[in-house]
Design a protein around this ligand. Structure first.
Ligand code: ZN
Length: 343
């Protein structure tokens, strides 16, 4: 479809969204169907979000298409930026992943999810107890829409999510072996028609901590992770029910430098990639180019009070729900208006 036609359809879709209102889910479903039709594809009914722990975007350029063919393919065929942002407050794993699934910033006193720790502690036992009130998540919204969800994680601290949204996560698998976890995810994608699946791959972060973010071991881990992502893309492409209905998102919780990533004021830690790929996604486009309401922050550490926000890893929840035709996570802040567009 010609770009001008597509834009006109996108505007029509937008009008439908506004007139349909935000509360009910049925007009939103219509919106997604209309949007899918507007770009000539069937409706998106499934989302797979992949977080690559410690993936510094510069390494994608450094390794090039030869070293990271899958990430390059997703960029070439999808909508992406290599200049997205983590949560502003912290550049560590558990707080950022909690942001991805809740759409909230971190600091509880300003509406954040309150998960400020990054280990296996059992106190507070849940995200809700950390925040001091109920905290919803993408899992809960999808589950309440009668769709199933799954979480595949390669660090044990993710058990926090199971304790927090037990009823809404239909399948939870924690396995440190990234290759085995990828196989389990591929099997699950084929065996179940889930609305939302989250996969966390830890290998780059582990190599970074042990050998450094500039080490050969880190580069090796990123190449291996790209291959695993490639296996997932292969599974999707081989099966029409996935290829025609599933959108894949890829992001990271933080970058890294030296053997750490804890300093939230450093560009190398807070700059991360954000990639969207699949049916209805504009091919080979830059997310900032598609979204003039968002601002490419350059090298800046952004603030939540900036008028135009950067693309954030915390947008995962509401972009996923928007793709599925569902309204935003209650209490969320990142992409709450679900105006981050992918086509
Ligand atoms: Zn780490």
């Amino acid at each position: 479809m010609a770009r001008s036609t597509r834009t006109a359809c996108a505007l029509a879709t937008l009008a439908l969204t506004v007139s349909g209102g935000a509360a009910s889910s049925s007009p939103e479903t219509t919106t997604t169907a209309a949007r899918a039709a507007s770009v000539g594809g069937p409706p998106v009914t499934r989302v797979l979000a992949v977080s690559i722990d410690g993936l510094r975007p510069s390494v994608i350029n450094q390794l090039g298409r030869a070293g990271t063919p899958t990430l390059h393919r997703l960029i070439r065929q999808g909508a992406s930026t290599l200049n997205a942002r983590t949560e502003r407050e912290m550049t560590v794993t558990l707080p950022n992943h909690t942001g991805m699934v809740t759409g909230r910033p971190i600091v509880a006193s300003r509406g954040g999810h309150g998960v400020t720790w990054n280990d296996d502690r059992r106190q507070p036992p849940t995200v809700q107890s950390a925040a001091g009130h109920d905290v919803s998540s993408v899992f809960r919204v999808v589950h309440r829409a009668d769709r199933s969800t799954a979480l595949f994680a390669s660090k044990t601290k993710f058990s926090l999510f199971e304790r927090s949204w037990d009823a809404a996560i239909n399948k939870m698998r924690i396995r440190l072996d990234n290759a085995a976890l990828t196989r389990a995810t591929r099997r699950d994608l084929l065996a179940h028609n889930r609305g939302f699946t989250f996969l966390h791959l830890s290998a780059p972060d582990s190599a970074g901590h042990t050998h450094g973010w500039r080490s050969r071991a880190y580069l090796r881990a990123v190449r291996a992770t790209d291959r695993r992502l490639g296996q997932i893309v292969q599974t999707i492409n081989e099966h029409g029910r996935l290829r025609n209905h599933l959108v894949l998102m890829v992001t990271a919780d933080h970058g890294g430098t030296g053997r750490d990533h804890g300093d939230a004021t450093r560009l190398v830690n807070y700059r991360i990639p954000f990639l969207v790929w699949g049916p209805t996604v504009a091919r080979g486009t830059d997310l900032y180019g598609l979204n003039p309401d968002y601002a490419n922050p350059g090298r800046r550490r952004t603030s939540y009070s900036d008028t135009r926000q950067p693309v954030r890893n915390g947008d995962v929840a509401n972009v996923a729900l928007d793709l599925l035709g569902l309204g935003p996570v209650r209490g969320s802040e990142h992409d709450r208006a679900q105006d981050l567009d992918w086509n």
